[in-house]
Design a protein around this ligand. Sequence first.
Ligand SMILES: [Zn+2]
Length: 237
Amino acid sequence: MRKTLDKVDIKYHVDYNENGFTDCAYHGCNDEGICRCYTIESPYIESIDYRSVAEKIYAEMFADTRKAKLSDLLYGGVSIDIYCITRLLSSYKAIDYVEFEWRGGYYGDEMDKVYINSSELEYNINLCVSMQTLTEKLNFCLLKEYKRYDRHINDETEYEMITITQNDIDMLNINKNHMNNIKSDPMWFHSLKKYGSDIPRGIVRQTEVGYHIIDGYHRIFALDKNDKFTVFKIKNK
Ligand SMILES: [Zn+2]
């Protein structure tokens, strides 16, 4: 039976911390010479790597059901689905729906499980993964993120995956302030760099002066200038 989203343990895919306390005098830890009374009070997320969480969700919720599907052969289904789940986690701000379960262990409370509790997100992930075409999947994620399509995209838009570097992008039309904002947050920047080269970074459109970025600006510019990466390109008609 397929797992539900709240059954997927993402403990090792997030950085979390917690407020907790000990009361060793009361529990007699001092006599034992070891503290066994640690009590977790309020755990919280420090950072979340949506790409890594998406891989975990895919592996636990879908991997077995999608073996050898024709759609996988046609467009490399796994990396597309992981891309889409990553986008949905981000659009829905999954970090706000993370919950924790802990229980008493030998040394006091231990974190048992960290999971995402959102039936709406679960519904949309299931719906997107069940879609059969690349167009449906990518357009679905774009609509969830931006609420409407870019003017170059519609229900008939077709996409293909290409490999490029930042040198192929038309830099003249890129907002310099936007760029500086991106680069001023080192923590975030670092996590975007880790995003990986094996799944696409965004969506582009070909123009006479280079590619224009439709989605994935931050993920693309977190890379070094000559790094190769894949993107979805709108197919020329
Ligand atoms: Zn203690």
